[in-house]
Design a protein around this ligand. Structure first.
Ligand code: AMP
Length: 144
Protein backbone atom coordinates (compact mmCIF):
# COMPACT_ATOMS: atom_id res chain seq x y z
CA UNK A 1 0.00 0.00 0.00
CA UNK A 2 1.04 3.59 -0.47
CA UNK A 3 2.70 3.10 -3.82
CA UNK A 4 1.15 3.60 -7.22
CA UNK A 5 1.71 0.77 -9.64
CA UNK A 6 -0.11 1.93 -12.77
CA UNK A 7 -0.72 5.57 -13.66
CA UNK A 8 -3.06 6.82 -16.37
CA UNK A 9 -2.51 10.30 -17.77
CA UNK A 10 -5.45 11.80 -19.68
CA UNK A 11 -4.45 14.36 -22.28
CA UNK A 12 -6.50 16.78 -24.37
CA UNK A 13 -3.45 17.13 -26.69
CA UNK A 14 -3.10 20.87 -26.11
CA UNK A 15 0.25 22.41 -25.14
CA UNK A 16 -0.81 22.06 -21.51
CA UNK A 17 -0.67 18.31 -21.84
CA UNK A 18 3.15 18.50 -21.63
CA UNK A 19 3.01 19.97 -18.17
CA UNK A 20 0.43 17.44 -16.98
CA UNK A 21 2.34 14.50 -18.37
CA UNK A 22 5.64 15.69 -16.91
CA UNK A 23 4.05 15.30 -13.49
CA UNK A 24 2.78 11.86 -14.41
CA UNK A 25 6.29 10.88 -15.59
CA UNK A 26 7.91 12.05 -12.37
CA UNK A 27 5.46 9.95 -10.37
CA UNK A 28 6.00 7.00 -12.65
CA UNK A 29 9.72 7.17 -11.99
CA UNK A 30 9.33 7.74 -8.26
CA UNK A 31 7.10 4.68 -7.89
CA UNK A 32 8.65 2.65 -10.69
CA UNK A 33 5.10 2.33 -11.99
CA UNK A 34 3.56 1.56 -15.36
CA UNK A 35 2.40 4.59 -17.35
CA UNK A 36 -0.50 4.66 -19.80
CA UNK A 37 -2.00 7.58 -21.65
CA UNK A 38 -5.35 8.29 -23.21
CA UNK A 39 -7.09 10.82 -25.40
CA UNK A 40 -10.84 10.74 -25.86
CA UNK A 41 -12.37 11.94 -29.10
CA UNK A 42 -15.81 13.39 -28.59
CA UNK A 43 -17.94 12.38 -31.56
CA UNK A 44 -19.30 15.46 -33.36
CA UNK A 45 -22.75 13.92 -33.28
CA UNK A 46 -22.51 13.73 -29.50
CA UNK A 47 -21.41 17.35 -29.20
CA UNK A 48 -23.87 18.80 -31.70
CA UNK A 49 -26.62 16.17 -31.83
CA UNK A 50 -28.66 16.54 -34.95
CA UNK A 51 -28.19 20.31 -35.05
CA UNK A 52 -25.95 20.33 -38.12
CA UNK A 53 -27.86 19.04 -41.15
CA UNK A 54 -24.85 17.62 -43.01
CA UNK A 55 -22.74 14.50 -43.14
CA UNK A 56 -19.95 14.96 -40.62
CA UNK A 57 -18.20 11.66 -41.24
CA UNK A 58 -15.28 12.98 -43.31
CA UNK A 59 -14.61 15.75 -40.79
CA UNK A 60 -14.81 13.16 -38.03
CA UNK A 61 -12.29 11.01 -39.87
CA UNK A 62 -9.87 13.92 -40.17
CA UNK A 63 -10.20 14.68 -36.47
CA UNK A 64 -9.53 11.03 -35.71
CA UNK A 65 -6.42 10.86 -37.93
CA UNK A 66 -4.99 14.04 -36.44
CA UNK A 67 -5.70 12.89 -32.87
CA UNK A 68 -4.11 9.52 -33.59
CA UNK A 69 -0.86 10.97 -34.86
CA UNK A 70 -0.70 13.58 -32.09
CA UNK A 71 -1.26 10.96 -29.42
CA UNK A 72 1.42 8.72 -30.94
CA UNK A 73 3.90 11.58 -31.09
CA UNK A 74 3.07 12.59 -27.58
CA UNK A 75 3.35 9.06 -26.19
CA UNK A 76 6.65 8.55 -27.97
CA UNK A 77 8.13 11.59 -26.27
CA UNK A 78 7.13 10.03 -22.93
CA UNK A 79 8.45 6.57 -23.84
CA UNK A 80 4.97 5.08 -23.68
CA UNK A 81 4.69 1.93 -25.80
CA UNK A 82 1.82 1.59 -28.31
CA UNK A 83 0.00 -0.96 -26.15
CA UNK A 84 -0.20 1.66 -23.39
CA UNK A 85 -1.71 4.33 -25.68
CA UNK A 86 -5.51 4.50 -25.78
CA UNK A 87 -7.47 6.52 -28.31
CA UNK A 88 -11.15 6.24 -27.45
CA UNK A 89 -14.48 7.67 -28.66
CA UNK A 90 -17.04 9.06 -26.28
CA UNK A 91 -17.40 11.40 -23.37
CA UNK A 92 -14.01 12.03 -21.68
CA UNK A 93 -15.18 11.49 -18.07
CA UNK A 94 -17.04 8.27 -18.82
CA UNK A 95 -14.34 6.81 -21.02
CA UNK A 96 -11.49 7.71 -18.67
CA UNK A 97 -13.31 5.93 -15.82
CA UNK A 98 -14.03 2.80 -17.77
CA UNK A 99 -10.51 2.64 -19.20
CA UNK A 100 -9.05 3.08 -15.71
CA UNK A 101 -11.12 0.11 -14.47
CA UNK A 102 -10.35 -1.95 -17.51
CA UNK A 103 -6.57 -1.63 -17.41
CA UNK A 104 -6.37 -1.53 -13.61
CA UNK A 105 -4.76 1.83 -12.86
CA UNK A 106 -4.48 3.16 -9.32
CA UNK A 107 -3.91 6.83 -10.18
CA UNK A 108 -5.46 9.05 -12.84
CA UNK A 109 -3.65 12.29 -13.71
CA UNK A 110 -5.55 15.16 -15.35
CA UNK A 111 -5.00 18.86 -15.89
CA UNK A 112 -7.10 21.40 -14.01
CA UNK A 113 -7.62 25.04 -14.86
CA UNK A 114 -8.79 25.82 -11.34
CA UNK A 115 -11.77 27.66 -12.75
CA UNK A 116 -14.08 29.66 -10.59
CA UNK A 117 -17.44 31.36 -10.88
CA UNK A 118 -19.70 30.31 -13.70
CA UNK A 119 -17.11 28.10 -15.35
CA UNK A 120 -16.89 26.09 -12.15
CA UNK A 121 -20.66 25.71 -12.02
CA UNK A 122 -20.63 24.44 -15.56
CA UNK A 123 -18.03 21.90 -14.55
CA UNK A 124 -14.83 20.69 -16.12
CA UNK A 125 -13.35 17.45 -17.25
CA UNK A 126 -11.16 17.33 -14.14
CA UNK A 127 -14.27 17.61 -11.92
CA UNK A 128 -16.04 15.00 -13.96
CA UNK A 129 -13.13 12.60 -13.62
CA UNK A 130 -12.87 13.17 -9.88
CA UNK A 131 -16.57 12.48 -9.31
CA UNK A 132 -17.20 8.80 -9.46
CA UNK A 133 -13.54 7.78 -9.74
CA UNK A 134 -12.77 4.56 -7.90
CA UNK A 135 -9.08 5.41 -7.62
CA UNK A 136 -7.00 8.45 -6.69
CA UNK A 137 -7.08 11.43 -9.07
CA UNK A 138 -4.32 14.01 -9.32
CA UNK A 139 -5.42 17.34 -10.77
CA UNK A 140 -2.33 19.14 -12.05
CA UNK A 141 -2.83 22.88 -12.15
CA UNK A 142 -2.46 24.29 -15.67
CA UNK A 143 -2.85 27.64 -17.37
CA UNK A 144 -4.16 30.66 -15.50
P1 AMP B 1 -10.88 20.69 -19.29
O1 AMP B 1 -11.52 20.65 -17.94
O2 AMP B 1 -11.77 20.18 -20.36
O3 AMP B 1 -10.25 21.98 -19.59
O4 AMP B 1 -9.71 19.61 -19.27
C1 AMP B 1 -8.85 19.47 -18.19
C2 AMP B 1 -8.11 18.17 -18.30
O5 AMP B 1 -9.01 17.09 -18.57
C3 AMP B 1 -7.06 18.06 -19.39
O6 AMP B 1 -5.82 18.61 -19.00
C4 AMP B 1 -6.96 16.55 -19.56
O7 AMP B 1 -6.19 15.98 -18.50
C5 AMP B 1 -8.39 16.12 -19.39
N1 AMP B 1 -9.09 16.09 -20.69
C6 AMP B 1 -9.88 17.05 -21.24
N2 AMP B 1 -10.35 16.66 -22.43
C7 AMP B 1 -9.84 15.42 -22.65
C8 AMP B 1 -9.96 14.48 -23.72
N3 AMP B 1 -10.69 14.73 -24.80
N4 AMP B 1 -9.31 13.31 -23.60
C9 AMP B 1 -8.57 13.03 -22.50
N5 AMP B 1 -8.42 13.88 -21.48
C10 AMP B 1 -9.05 15.05 -21.54
Amino acid sequence: MGEYTHILVAVDLTEESRHVSKRACSLQKAFDAELSCTHVIEPLSLAYGGDIPMDLSSIQEQIQDTAKSHLQEFAKSLNIAPDHQHLIFGRPETEIHSLANQIGVDLIVVGSHGRHGLALLLGSTANGVLHGALVDVLAVRVGD
